[in-house]
Write a protein that binds this ligand. Structure first.
Ligand code: NAI
Length: 695
């Protein structure tokens, strides 16, 4: 049963009951319609209350049914709302905790709405690239007025019920200590005989000079919504609530909704939404796997990453001690953390109270004995196996039994690191991204011996730290950096063949990346890639690279930290200015290696960079380094600035069609540096079967 029916005196109560948030799935809608019919047929019933069991009135559409035919099957949400709105007996929505999306649309179809304070009221559809498609854009302006309704619909942001107490959305907001059901029953009895029954649809949207306001809104929303069409469509629907008759407005809203649901932007947002939920699930680690309590943390190394990682713990209320070898490095690291928090405080994004709390949670030490009782220790020392070995041998000696020993290594073998200890089951990789206190991605590297409870604990911790945790197997570079290496290789070859950094970056940024490869290199430090290539030249001489980036580093141009890299930078300005000398070096290098430079189209640039990611992603998927294609997409959306409206590299490849992607890759494999384009067997297989990575 997904809605219960009871009669209290002369009032029927329909209680939506579909945990966790009473999503309006097919069974719930059917049961609610049945309840309405039963109440209407029963002469003893004079009024009807609709409410929700447990932790919500209703959170809206049932995400379990998303993308399934059940979502639209009759009775649809429209039909349910119509049944409620056309009721000959008064219907009262009794709202508490969460009333969102379709839940709010249902409530707006009722004759009356009563609410507890603290209920979250929202139409969040825009966040999935959609608009409220069951009358929300027509009814909300009729109770909240044009401006407030438009803001809520375009932003999707929840508003607390008590803040709306003075609007027509609620007939009553009860006191915090009231009993909702009793109060709603009393209210329903009071209005049982009131006729005519009020409906939201009969109200007029009140806003003087609405045209000017709507035009202003169109301009602002257009400027702010980037590639996403939904926010502007929301404005158009709200505009229709003023200019059209109610039924026509509903039809207009429906058309726009059906159009949006087909857009690749909305499909990408929905893909990202579901991928994020999927990422935390590991098939052989069931949801009830016991986890270890994380009440105290330690970080080894107070450098760029160590400081940011420590801030994550403090932000989550977990006390953290940072260990360094030298007092000077410790002082410097702690001062940087403090400075970071001070900047946030100055910008008004942190209260003084929170600032004090967080700073107090972070301490420093040079003595291993002082961190022995931490529940987790994250190592963030130099990327050198010898240094990691010394640290992990020491940790094995000092850390209490059951502590999780994590490494932030970005390339080294986590299994080898685990073998430095007598407790490899407690060792795991936690690969944060820079700046670690900002970036959402946390690659969780599961070693051969990593315990299931350690993995489950780390996944749970990633949520607590507000990160998107994605599990990767052990390989050089894990998911993200292993793929980016192929992308960078192509960027290098493009320079040799005719591009300058600016053209490549602009093409990729136009595609939607936050930053092109060369601006990204300047930000992260070009010396990091140089260091890795130097290792490859010895270990894997068969892998080809353009030497351009090495030449740049030989010029001492490591990036922003040395005042310039591929570009020049000016103080207090993050803009990249092309550098004549660098560009001359690039052109000369082409001559030196005998390559005739040609004009390269933006399309070729984007294809080569993005398909390099896709092909390596397919390889990673086949090897089982990533559990699913959507995990790879999450890595790229949350850690590498891949355009959200394109859903991640693997999803994007599906959109283009794998046979098309493969065709391009096969063509590139016949061209210059074709050795970089060996098609991944999984790509070949899926393309032949007419399938996608995310099927
Ligand atoms: P860093 O050079 O800024 O900081 C390393 C810190 O570790 C220094 O403060 C150093 O004094 C300290 N340290 C060195 N040996 C130590 C020891 N035996 N005991 C205690 N402290 C010691 O380096 P960064 O960039 O923070 O990198 C740290 C780790 O994080 C490396 O494994 C790196 O590959 C990884 N990483 C770096 C990223 C980045 O963008 N910088 C991104 C993701 C991972």
């Amino acid at each position: 049963m997904s809605a219960e029916y009871q009669v209290h005196g002369s009032v029927a109560v329909i209680t939506l009951n579909n945990p966790p948030v009473n999503g309006l799935g097919h069974a719930t809608r059917s049961a609610a319609v049945q309840g309405m019919q039963q109440a209407l047929a029963d002469d003893a019933v004079k009024a009807i209350v609709i409410t929700g069991a447990g932790k919500a009135f209703s959170g809206g559409a049932d995400i379990k049914e998303f993308n399934s035919p059940k979502a639209l099957a009759e009775p649809s949400l429209h039909s349910l709302i119509r049944t409620v709105e056309e009721s000959t007996k008064p219907v009262v929505a009794a709202i508490h905790t969460v009333c969102m999306g379709g839940g709010l649309e249902l409530a707006l179809g009722c004759n009356y709405r009563v609410a507890m304070p603290g209920a979250q009221i929202a139409l969040p559809e825009v966040k999935l690239g959609l608009l409220p498609g069951a009358g929300g854009t027509q009814r909300l302006p009729r109770v909240l007025g044009l401006e407030m309704a438009l803001n809520m619909i375009v932003s999707g942001t929840p508003v607390a019920s008590e803040k709306l107490a003075n609007t027509a959305i609620f007939d009553v907001v009860f006191a915090a200590d009231a009993n909702l059901l009793e109060s709603a029953l009393a209210f329903a009895s009071k209005v049982a005989d009131a006729r005519p029954l009020p409906t939201v649809r009969e109200r007029k949207v009140d806003y003087p000079n609405h045209e000017a306001f709507l035009q202003f809104s169109r301009n602002t929303v257009k400027a702010m919504s980037g590639p996403f069409p939904a926010p502007l469509e929301c404005v158009e629907c709200v505009a229709a609530s003023v200019s059209m008759k109610f039924e026509d407005g509903l039809k207009f809203e429906r058309e726009r909704f059906l159009k949006l649901i087909q857009t690749s932007e909305s499909k990408s947002l929905r893909h990202a939404f579901f991928s994020e939920r999927q990422a935390s699930k590991v098939p052989d680690v069931p949801a009830d796997t016991p986890t270890r309590a994380i009440k105290k943390a330690a970080v080894i190394g107070a450098g760029t990453m160590g400081g940011g990682i420590a801030m994550n713990f403090a932000n989550a209320g977990i006390p953290v001690t940072i260990l360094e070898m030298k007092a000077e490095a410790l002082e410097k690291g702690l001062a940087t953390i403090r400075k970071n928090y001070e900047n946030t405080l100055k910008k008004g994004k942190l209260t003084q109270e929170k600032f004090d709390q967080r700073v107090a949670l972070i301490s420093g030490t040079m003595n291993y004995e002082e961190i022995g009782d931490a529940d987790i220790v994250v190592e963030a020392v130099f990327e050198d196996m010898g240094v990691k070995e010394a640290v992990f041998r020491k940790l094995d000696q000092v850390m209490k039994q059951g502590a999780i020993l994590a490494s932030n290594t970005s390339t080294l073998d986590v299994d080898q690191i685990a073998a430095f200890t007598a407790r490899p089951q407690d060792v795991i990789g936690t690969h944060f991204f820079s700046p670690a206190n900002v970036m959402k991605l946390l690659e969780i590297v599961r070693g051969k011996a990593t315990g299931k409870d350690v993995l489950a604990t780390t996944l749970a911790l990633s949520k607590k730290l507000k990160k998107t945790g994605v599990v990767s197997g052990v390989c050089d570079g894990f998911i993200g950096n292993r793929m980016i290496e192929q992308y960078s290789r192509q960027a290098g070859f493009l320079l040799e063949e005719g591009c300058l950094p600016e053209q490549v970056d602009k093409a990729v940024e136009k595609f939607g990346f936050a930053m092109g490869p060369f601006r990204m290199g300047d930000l992260a430090g070009n010396d990091i890639g140089w260091y890795i290539r130097k290792r490859r030249y010895v270990e894997s001489p068969e892998i080809t690279y353009s030497k351009t980036a090495d030449l740049l580093c030989e010029m001492g141009r490591y990036g922003q930290k040395t005042g310039g890299g591929w570009y020049d930078y000016k103080a207090g300005d993050r803009k990249a200015y092309p550098n004549e000398e660098v560009n001359a070096m690039i052109v000369k290098h082409s001559q030196d290696i005998g390559v005739v430079r040609r004009k390269i189209s933006d399309q070729e640039i984007v294809e080569r960079l993005v398909y390099a990611l896709v092909n390596e992603g397919a390889q990673i998927l086949e090897e089982g380094i990533a559990m699913r294609a959507s995990d790879i997409d999450m890595v790229y959306l949350t850690g590498y600035g891949f355009p959200l409206h394109r859903g991640g590299p693997m999803f994007y490849a599906d959109t283009v069609g794998l046979p098309n992607v493969l065709g391009t890759i096969e063509r590139l494999a016949r061209g210059r540096h074709g050795e970089a384009w060996k098609p991944a067997p999984l790509l070949v297989k899926l393309a032949a079967e007419g399938k996608g990575f995310n099927a």
